[in-house]
Write a protein that binds this ligand. Structure first.
Ligand SMILES: *[C@@H]1O[C@H](CO)[C@@H](O)[C@H](O)[C@H]1NC(C)=O
Ligand SMILES: *[C@@H]1O[C@H](CO)[C@@H](O)[C@H](O)[C@H]1NC(C)=O
Ligand SMILES: *[C@@H]1O[C@H](CO)[C@@H](O)[C@H](O)[C@H]1NC(C)=O
Ligand SMILES: *[C@@H]1O[C@H](CO)[C@@H](O)[C@H](O)[C@H]1NC(C)=O
Ligand SMILES: *[C@@H]1O[C@H](CO)[C@@H](O)[C@H](O)[C@H]1NC(C)=O
Ligand SMILES: *[C@@H]1O[C@H](CO)[C@@H](O)[C@H](O)[C@H]1NC(C)=O
Ligand SMILES: *[C@@H]1O[C@H](CO)[C@@H](O)[C@H](O)[C@H]1NC(C)=O
Ligand SMILES: *[C@@H]1O[C@H](CO)[C@@H](O)[C@H](O)[C@H]1NC(C)=O
Ligand SMILES: *[C@@H]1O[C@H](CO)[C@@H](O)[C@H](O)[C@H]1NC(C)=O
Ligand SMILES: *[C@@H]1O[C@H](CO)[C@@H](O)[C@H](O)[C@H]1NC(C)=O
Ligand SMILES: *[C@@H]1O[C@H](CO)[C@@H](O)[C@H](O)[C@H]1NC(C)=O
Ligand SMILES: *[C@@H]1O[C@H](CO)[C@@H](O)[C@H](O)[C@H]1NC(C)=O
Length: 793
């Protein structure tokens, strides 16, 4: 049955390249071997990790595969290889099949990039299209209608762990980890799929996900054939001619590197314009850059007002309390309590303020408080009067389970209205329910993309940004192509679910890779908030607060009036509410992921992040942060395991006692025993200041991020002086700590305008010998950093 022919394509002839059938590509430690039938194996450091299974495709109500039974054989007619040399270098092997002898054609491609990129792109090409591809009705919706690549679920030649994002909140709710072997059954699949990482005990890793068609792609864990199968979701019944679907497999020397490279590749694909647009949106979005007040599930005023007062008055009182306490909330979040919903499904009818909630209107609240709004929306009711089916003006799909706008003009109308009452960020919540309850979104190849793209386009046109909430992985991936999406919730609601929602180290990896800011959700700054509607206490207000600040995303407390711990809250930001942030979200370390997957600890949290500060000499210096909580006894971590970019030695200290500062270098081991939820650990790492009078800058000790580029915009130093360019608020006084001659010292810096130049003026003392010793280290380091910079270029 198997018929292999080789011929030269026109492209090959033009390029004058030689055809290779069996292609072996060596890529440093990552190696892909393609055999003469198009099958492949993937190995790392000479150890086989993955082998291919046979592709299949559904058509005419049947599953067709090589060697398939029931007369539905895929017949392999052709295998060709192509070597691409210009720009990014890759090898590609194409296999051409027919559905039965002489039937329509379909092709698979495996494109292997060289060691600079270490990735594979797999393509399915439906040359003639296919119809009747969804077989067995609704029960097949969590499978796929075709499979390429198919990877065998079998024992690899070394222990591999896996991390499988799944469910909603960027894969938080159903995330699984474990050992990948022939017994593996818990990888998230179907409508619920998410990116999948496999890694060995050294942290070398691959990340696999769809590379396009995110809203209609799926991963199917086919336990009968014991294969992981990527393809188009099982409900899609018709594929047009020339349709292609692609899957990416990205290798990295560490798990975090694999995710970061994977994300960069996905972002790179959408083009520079959209990425620049996203970056601009992130800069301009008030809510990712400033403190705000929240009223969603978990917040005190969620479907709750003060006794005998309206929402309107309650929120005005929140503002008065904040003003009186000088708490600088810069925007207000309105949750689902503000608009009318259908009685049965609770779907939204119109996205307009209920008159009894806001008798004077939202515009009035915005005018009286000075706040703009981040406002929540949910899934659409089948009765929404916006739909033409309900005598409205706009095109919707209306089903029993709900409805869906399919009309760019609708979104333009909605956002134009909303801007007039003060909307700045549209929060699209319940993305999972909207998707799971609407069968059109399980059966259409393009509808999901159309829906989210129209929403995003209209938002962009109106200068609005979007927060995704309850986003499944498919929505999160789709957001890569939608610059208006600046933020996404990365865990369940505050105070509610069994899995504590502050544990966002892994979902932050996903969010960071796709360049949306992770949002932890609201929190309380004091544990006990009397008469709250949940009958609960918040056990770890400090933990909730620091985790929020570590995200580089929104910080949104939701305290009862009179119950804000201002000292704790203001660790997040400047006096005017501008968030003091790290340069990237704190991310779970490889160490944490390996401890979870290989069974040492199901719950440990060990995250790191950094701040990059400009020096004024054309390069930046790195300040590191290590966060650890819920760590079992006898766990240590070395400085080399912290994923810092450049930082290898300097001074570090615990957040709660700056006087306990110590030297560190690449051999330093940090003991994490006793890092619990109540007594979480937080260490700050500062580099030696090069060629300067002082040894290291420790920063503002009363902030969660003591050295942030949002505060310290530049450090310039000479042998005689160190000067910081600071940004702040007129009247604000910032105390900067640093180490001079092995003494902890501080200098207060005050602001007359919104920037200031602050000279660190250490008091002289006698310990000069220590200083000169450190100075030698500094000079060496300067050389190392200079060399690294050269290599990075
Ligand atoms: C095999 O592939 C080559 C190159 O793509 C093509 O020119 C040729 O027609 C193919 N053969 C068949 C039988 O399709
Ligand atoms: C698809 O299946 C339906 C029902 O079995 C059948 O009536 C129709 O002819 C099939 N169409 C194609 C193109 O195979
Ligand atoms: C072959 O047909 C049987 C019975 O209809 C069905 O259960 C099985 O899934 C089919 N196999 C394939 C490979 O389509
Ligand atoms: C392509 O394959 C050839 C032959 O195996 C190999 O020499 C070359 O390095 C490969 N190129 C890339 C980019 O993988
Ligand atoms: C498909 O998966 C979703 C999410 O896990 C689940 O809720 C649903 O019941 C599944 N559907 C079928 C038909 O198995
Ligand atoms: C598919 O692509 C081929 C080659 O580019 C083209 O000739 C053909 O018209 C396309 N078919 C459809 C339906 O677009
Ligand atoms: C929804 O329920 C409320 C309260 O029970 C009732 O007053 C209202 O008439 C209902 N609306 C509709 C459209 O059924
Ligand atoms: C807001 O509404 C109140 C009460 O209706 C009214 O007194 C006030 O003038 C309004 N303020 C603005 C700025 O519209
Ligand atoms: C739409 O309007 C028509 C004509 O006025 C009316 O008969 C029908 O009941 C309306 N439908 C809905 C869903 O309101
Ligand atoms: C506020 O938070 C700080 C820091 O966590 C804590 O030391 C202090 O006791 C808290 N104050 C109140 C009133 O809870
Ligand atoms: C690191 O610091 C330790 C203790 O201060 C010291 O003994 C060691 O030589 C240092 N190692 C390097 C590579 O600088
Ligand atoms: C600082 O103040 C200047 C002059 O008042 C103003 O132009 C600038 O926008 C302000 N910068 C910031 C970051 O607030």
């Amino acid at each position: 049955m198997l018929c292999t022919m080789t011929k030269l394509s026109r492209k090959h002839l033009l390029a004058g390249l030689i055809l290779i059938v069996a292609v072996t590509v060596t890529q440093g430690t990552f190696k892909v071997n393609v055999d003469d039938t198009g099958g492949f194996t993937i190995s790392v450091d000479g150890v086989t990790w993955l082998s291919s299974g046979k592709p299949f495709f559904n058509k005419n109500g049947q599953r067709w595969s090589v060697g398939g039974i029931n007369g539905s054989q895929l017949v392999q007619v052709n295998i060709t290889s192509h070597v691409h040399v210009g720009g990014q270098k890759w090898n590609e092997t194409k296999v051409l099949y027919t559905f039965g002898n002489g039937g329509d054609m379909i092709a698979t491609y495996i494109r292997i990039y060289d060691e600079e990129y270490n990735r594979i792109i797999f393509t399915q090409e439906y040359i003639a299209g296919a119809s009747n591809t969804s077989i067995n009705g609704q029960t097949s919706f969590n499978t796929t209608i075709g499979g390429y690549p198919c990877l065998q679920i079998t024992d690899p030649d070394e222990d591999l762990g896996f991390l499988s994002y799944g469910g909603y909140m960027l894969g938080f709710t159903d995330m699984t980890t474990g050992i990948f072997n022939h017994q593996t059954t818990t990888i998230n699949d179907g409508m619920n799929y998410g990116p999948l990482a496999l890694f060995n005990k050294k942290g070398k890793a691959v990340v696999i996900s769809p590379y396009d068609n995110y809203m209609s792609a799926s991963l199917w864990q086919d336990l009968n054939r014991r294969q992981l199968v990527w393809g188009i979701m099982g409900g899609v019944n018709d594929i047009p001619a020339n349709f292609t679907y692609r899957t990416i497999l990205q290798y990295g020397d560490s798990i975090n590197q694999a995710f970061s490279e994977w994300g960069k590749t996905l972002q790179g694909k959408v083009g520079l314009d959209k990425n620049i647009q996203r970056t601009k949106n992130l800069v301009k979005d008030i809510t990712v850059n400033n403190l705000g007040y929240w009223t969603d599930n978990g917040a005190y005023y969620y479907y709750t007002t003060q006794p005998d007062k309206s929402y309107e008055t309650t929120l005005a009182d929140v503002k008065s309390y904040a003003d009186q306490q000088q708490i600088p909330y810069r925007y207000l979040q309105l949750d689902s309590w503000w608009y009318p919903k259908e009685n049965n499904s609770r779907g939204v009818l119109t996205w307009t303020a209920l008159p009894d909630v806001f008798p004077s209107g939202l515009q009035n609240l915005s005018a009286t408080t000075g706040w703009k709004f981040l406002a929540h929306n949910r899934y659409w009711s089948k009765l929404t009067p916006y739909a033409k089916q309900n005598n409205g003006s706009f095109n919707f799909i209306v089903e029993n389970g709900g409805s869906l706008p399919i009309d760019l003009e609708f979104w333009r109308y909605l956002f134009k209205q909303a801007k007039s009452w003060g909307l700045i960020v549209y929060e699209q919540d319940w993305l999972n329910r909207q998707t799971m309850y609407l069968s059109s979104l399980h059966t259409s190849l393009t509808l999901g993309t159309q829906w989210l793209t129209q929403m995003g386009q209209a938002a962009q046109e109106n200068g609005l940004t979007i927060q995704y909430c309850m986003a499944m992985s498919r929505h999160a991936l789709q957001s890569i192509e939608i610059p208006a999406v600046t933020q996404a919730r990365v865990s369940d609601d505050f105070l509610f679910k069994a899995r504590e929602q502050w544990r966002i180290g892994e979902t932050s990896i996903f969010a960071n890779a796709i360049n949306v800011r992770p949002y932890k959700d609201t929190f309380w700054t004091t544990s006990v908030q009397p008469q709250n509607r949940y009958g609960k206490e918040s056990k770890y207000p400090g933990l909730e607060s620091v985790v929020s600040s570590l995200t580089r995303g929104p910080v949104g407390p939701g305290d009862k009036i009179g119950y804000t711990n201002k000292t704790l809250l203001m660790r997040c930001c400047r006096q005017d509410g501008l968030l003091l942030r790290p340069s990237r979200p704190a991310l779970a370390t490889d160490k944490q992921l390996m401890m979870k997957a290989f069974g040492q600890s199901p719950n440990v949290e060990i995250w790191t992040t950094n701040s990059r500060i400009s020096t004024g000499y054309g390069y930046t210096v790195e300040y590191g942060i290590l966060f650890a909580a819920d760590v079992p006894d006898h766990v240590t971590i070395s400085v080399t395991e912290l994923h810092f970019d450049l930082l290898t030695s300097g001074i570090y200290y615990p957040y709660n006692d700056i006087t306990r500062w110590q030297y560190f270098n690449s051999t330093t081991i940090i003991d994490l025993s006793g890092c619990s939820k109540t007594d979480f650990c937080l260490f700050y790492f500062s580099p030696w200041i090069q060629g300067s009078n002082i040894q290291a800058i420790l920063g503002e000790s009363n902030k969660w991020i003591p050295v942030s580029s949002d505060r310290i915009t530049e450090i310039t130093s000479t042998q005689d002086s160190t000067t910081l360019s600071l940004s702040g608020v007129p009247g604000e006084i910032v105390t900067i700590f640093y180490v001079f001659n092995d003494q902890l010292q501080s200098t207060p810096c005050s602001f007359t305008f919104n920037t200031t130049s602050c000279v660190l003026a250490p008091k002289q003392n006698s310990a000069t010998s220590v200083k000169s010793e450190n100075f030698r280290t500094t000079v060496t380091l300067l050389t190392i950093i200079a060399l690294r910079l050269i290599f990075l270029k």
